[in-house]
Design a protein around this ligand. Structure first.
Ligand SMILES: *Cc1c(COP(=O)(O)O)cnc(C)c1O
Length: 650
């Protein structure tokens, strides 16, 4: 298990005098940076609830806590993903409108035909809503595998919509794409390697279809941020300049040059720096123009994904942020391509992007409950040193007494030194377990006293910087990082995380978060900050008998679908919520998360076989001394586990 710290029991609340935290706290939005990252979708209500406004209109909001309470009555408990299809649709409109505005403003002589890359969130409800919102814009889909292509072809897309196909393809994949072309769908097979071309041409000849082909260019330009290596010369995918010319030559010799309709590039996800985007467009724009000049009738310039999300709200080129807006992105794309086309005197191409992250990130929030708070020392525990105690304990006690604002550094150094001595003496057999315990408690008491004084300093000296982390409580959350927020573990991604209620109370504690997997990596110890990364999160103390919920926002891209079954924790419950024009919220759908039976089946276990085995073992012990009825009751208990949620239930 991740932590062996003692669990702190919630402090009993007193009804006699007002709790100090009951005084109104008005700074929660600022504290958690909501105006910076929330884009108008998130808001704190008078009652201290985190409210989602899926259309960004002030009168149309719903408190996340209200949804949690409402679905609890239907037997749906946390952890849960709360999905707002209206936010998804707003994001599709936002991207398409941004391009329409830029095209209008710069007088660009062609249109925008974006596609949504299914791999960013393959959930049917997500794809269906994206398709619906995109219909009036001619917004299509991108597929990278056979199942994704099946879903894309079945989707109810308009006749103008593109389906782009990236990644490696076999004959079955190619046949599917070509059959869809015969169904009058605009399915473009994008070459990752020249060798794919022969394959496509062979299948196309067999079927008598004119394929629509694209080329992924290996650009010299690279992205920025975590995915910088997806672009540049060492990228996994794409054709080099000689390879592009080779593909052109092959197609020309077959008199099929008009099949080459798209030039594509993708320099990675979450591009934090707009300059990198401009560099890539400048290069790809030139490649397009030069190919046109060679007589290749390319119609589409596809700029791939990479449009970022400002997770920390800092508007910088930091990994979890971006230094540009969606409109600035669209403006730069349109302006740069137009300029190049004007210069090179070639017709401007249809502009295509494959933005996934920016379209899906905002639309869902992950909510779960705190199970317990693990503290280093139990709150209020005091060590009393008596004259007969060992010298090292006397020394620690006197360090505690002498802590004051002027001697913080000395006190801390002394405390550390005596702690070392404490363990050395214990290992040599000179101290008892009680002595050791007293020494540990004294050390933490000193740290807490120093920490209280540090809060009054303007600048915290460097040697104390990790003190906050050292003293932080661990809030244990009912979830698995690996299933629900895998990028936190895999790539240290940051998300805005905050309590979804009690936001009108000052959060007096600070903590890190741990999940319920028995993996020591199952934790969250990095949080968004405007200037840096924070190592702890401000949180409220647990209140007796009251649930405490924490939400992870902006998790709608990739997190929903990259998770795994570590420890056999399955998918969380899902709730679909809309808010109507009158401001009433509606839970429009509830999808129960995976049961114990379902996750076992993924691993090839069978309910009947497991129960047979348990039944056999029970029969062996029944009657000696276990009674027959007791065995039956035990069997029934086991049977009842299969349909249950994999997470902890109340
Ligand atoms: C993953 C991927 C995308 C989506 O990228 P985002 O950064 O999420 O917009 C687009 N195109 C290709 C080829 C991809 O592999």
């Amino acid at each position: 298990m991740a932590s062996a710290r003692p669990l702190r029991r919630p402090r009993p609340s007193s009804n006699l005098r007002p709790r100090p935290e009951a005084r109104r706290f008005a700074d929660a939005a600022t504290l958690y940076g909501i105006p910076n990252w929330g884009k108008g979708f998130f808001h704190v209500s008078e009652d201290g609830d985190l409210v989602v406004r899926p259309t960004r209109e002030p009168g149309r909001g719903v408190a996340l806590k209200q949804i949690v309470d409402e679905v609890a009555m239907r037997g749906i408990s946390t952890p849960m993903v709360i999905r707002f299809p209206q936010i998804l649709m707003a994001a599709v409109a936002n991207l398409n409108d941004a391009f329409a505005r830029a095209i209008d403003e710069y007088g660009y002589g062609n249109v925008f035909r974006g596609v949504f890359p299914i791999k960013v969130n393959q959930k049917r409800v997500v794809v269906d809503h994206v398709v619906e919102a995109g219909r009036r814009y001619g917004y299509g889909l991108e597929a990278g595998s056979k199942p994704e292509l099946l879903a894309a072809i079945a989707a109810d897309l308009g006749p103008d919509c593109l389906i782009t196909c990236n990644g490696y393809k076999d004959d079955t994949f190619i046949r599917m794409a070509l059959n869809a072309v015969r169904m009058k769908k605009k399915v473009v097979l994008i070459l990752e390697k020249v060798s794919e071309l022969e394959r496509i041409l062979t299948v196309a000849r067999e079927r008598g279809v004119r394929p629509l082909i694209g080329m992924r260019a290996k650009l010299y330009a690279r992205g920025s941020g975590k995915w910088a290596k997806s672009g540049g010369e060492a990228a996994k995918f794409g054709l080099t300049t000689p390879e592009m010319l080779e593909a052109v030559k092959i197609l020309k010799s077959r008199k099929m040059l008009d099949s080459l309709v798209m030039l594509h590039f993708h320099i990675g996800s979450q591009i934090t720096d707009i300059r990198k985007i401009k560099e890539a467009i400048r290069e790809a724009g030139r490649v397009y123009a030069k190919l046109r000049a060679l007589g290749v009738p390319i119609q589409y310039l596809n700029l791939g994904g990479g449009l970022g999300v400002d997770y920390d709200g800092s508007k910088t080129a930091f990994d979890s942020s971006m230094n540009y807006s969606v409109q600035e992105y669209a403006n730069d794309v349109v302006y740069t391509v137009k300029q190049i086309c004007d210069e090179e005197k070639v017709p401007p191409p249809v502009l295509v992007t494959e933005s996934g992250r920016a379209v899906t990130a905002y639309h869902s929030v992950f909510v779960t409950n705190v199970l317990d708070v693990a503290d280093r020392i139990e709150q209020g525990r005091r060590a009393r040193v008596v004259p007969s105690d060992a010298t090292v304990l006397q020394e620690l006690a006197s360090v505690y007494d002498s802590v004051n604002a002027k001697t913080l550094r000395e006190s801390y150094h002394d405390a550390q030194q005596y702690k070392e001595e404490l363990f050395t003496l214990f290992n040599l057999g000179h101290l008892s377990l009680e002595d050791r315990s007293k020494g540990e408690v004294l050390f933490w008491q000193i740290c807490e006293k120093i920490h209280r004084d540090l809060k009054n300093l303007k600048e915290v000296p460097e040697e104390f910087e990790d003190m906050e982390t050292m003293l932080a409580d661990t809030y244990v959350l009912n979830f698995s990082v690996f299933q629900s927020l895998p990028d936190i573990w895999a790539i240290d991604q940051l998300f805005p995380i905050l309590p979804i209620h009690r936001l009108n109370e000052r959060p007096t504690e600070f903590g890190t978060l741990a999940d319920i997997t028995c993996d020591s990596d199952g934790k969250i110890e990095k949080f968004i900050d405007l200037r840096d990364i924070k190592e702890t999160l401000p949180l409220h103390p647990l209140r007796n008998g009251e649930p405490y919920y924490v939400g992870v926002c902006l998790m709608g891209a990739y997190q929903d679908v990259l998770g795994d079954l570590h420890n056999l924790f399955g998918e969380a419950n899902e709730v679909l919520v809309t808010v109507d024009e009158e401001g009433h919220s509606h839970v429009v759908d509830v999808l129960p998360g995976e049961s114990c039976q379902r996750v076992l089946e993924y691993m090839n276990y069978d309910r009947t076989e497991i129960l047979d085995s348990i039944g056999r073992q029970l029969r062996r012990v029944a009657g000696r001394p276990l009674k027959k009825e007791e065995a039956r009751a035990i069997f029934k208990d086991f049977e009842e586990v299969f349909p249950r949620y994999t997470y902890l239930e109340r």
